[in-house]
Write a protein that binds this ligand. Structure first.
Ligand code: G4F
Length: 335
């Protein structure tokens, strides 16, 4: 039985990846910070199949101890601060987790588990003010937020450790990937959740920032397959993972509201306060290398993704309403 360590197991990608690896017969270790107040909702259905280990990307000793003790075959480094606007509020902490944290983990691996295979969650945000379209593995980076700068550091240190110490270390440069488990602060989930609230009479307005920015949005469940495939290759390398389609935030809004038979123009208000100090205007991934070498391709289309998220939010809200009105539901929820 192979063992995999996932940092960031409580996040959207961590939960999808844990499901995939458990399904493939892995023993899955999920690293959680001792002080973490993060909700474990996304992995509660897996809890009895996972081994939770306490560690922190800020604490080198804890990482060395975990790797020494468990000697995982594979490490997936998905932890870090993932909400771009928050990185302007906490730029130093972002650099510690999302940038230096990668070095701490790689260095622990180099010393105590050098045969382990390593996956680094790099991000299309690194392309930032894009130098070419579509973006591929060779496109230069121009990061536009403290988050993206920290990701670029994490990316290059992974490449550097691979080249310096002959480690099996890969970077997946993932374009935006979403789904019903996405946090409510990200634009896609904010749209589908608020649109579903409006449909049910629970909200009256959706306030958004820049409606014209374009993203290459795919389904998170498809993207974690690419992470696993990268670590199964004979040679470590870096890959762009995206759908090859780009859409504006407004298009996402239109599809979500149309699906609910609502006129989006009646409900959406643009709030300049939600604009970013520096925006990434256009992301579009060219995943030719991943398709050719990994045999990877996305299965869920953009429209299917929006519909899936709206359906999930409607079901969630209806369940919450039912629990509120049904005293037995309330008791069951507390229990
Ligand atoms: O959903 P977002 O916050 O995602 P963003 O910034 O593209 O980052 C996500 O994808 C990256 C991969 O490319 C990851 F590395 C990163 O961790 C994260 O998963 O914003 C998408 C776009 C932006 O252009 C933003 O300005 O939507 C625009 N937007 C417009 N109104 C909004 C809003 N974004 C948010 N979060 N909230 C709004 O109200």
């Amino acid at each position: 039985m192979r063992t995999a360590l996932i940092t960031g197991i409580t996040g959207q990608d961590g939960s999808h990846l844990a499901e995939l690896l458990l399904h493939k017969g892995y023993r899955v270790l999920g690293m959680i910070r001792h002080t973490s107040t993060t909700s474990q909702n996304r992995i509660k259905h897996l809890r009895d199949q996972l081994t939770i280990v306490e560690g922190d990307l800020l604490d080198q000793t804890s990482l060395t101890r975990i790797l020494e003790l468990h000697q995982p075959d594979e490490i997936y480094n998905l932890a870090g601060m993932s909400f771009v606007p928050a990185s302007w509020q906490q730029p130093v902490l972002t650099a510690e987790f999302t940038g230096l944290g990668v070095t701490r983990l790689l260095d622990a691996m180099r010393h105590v588990a050098p045969k382990t295979r390593f996956y680094q969650a790099s991000s299309s945000e690194m392309f930032g003010k894009v130098r070419e379209t579509p973006q591929r593995e060779t496109t230069p980076f121009h990061p536009r937020s403290p988050y993206a700068v920290a990701k670029a550091y994490g990316h290059y240190i992974t490449v550097n450790y691979r080249e310096s110490y002959d480690l099996f270390a890969c970077c997946g440069i993932l374009f935006n990937h979403e789904g019903p488990r996405r946090g409510l602060e990200f634009v896609t989930r904010k749209i589908t959740h608020t649109a579903a609230q409006i449909k049910l009479g629970l909200a009256e307005e959706l306030r958004l920032g820049n409606l014209q920015s374009k993203r290459d949005w795919g389904f998170a469940g498809d993207f974690v397959r690419a992470m696993w495939l990268m670590l199964q290759q004979p040679k470590a390398d870096d890959y762009v993972i995206g759908t090859g389609e780009t859409h504006t935030v407004q298009e996402f809004v239109e599809i979500a509201f149309d699906y609910l038979d609502l006129d989006w123009k009646r409900y959406v208000a643009v709030d300049p306060q939600l604009y970013r100090p520096a925006e990434v205007d256009l992301l579009l991934g060219d995943a030719t290398k991943a398709r050719t070498i990994l045999g990877w391709q996305p299965e869920v289309t953009f429209r299917e993704l929006v519909h899936m998220m709206v359906d999930a939010d409607l079901a969630l809200l209806r369940q919450q309403l039912q629990n509120k009105h049904d005293p037995r539901g309330k008791v069951a929820k507390v229990a």
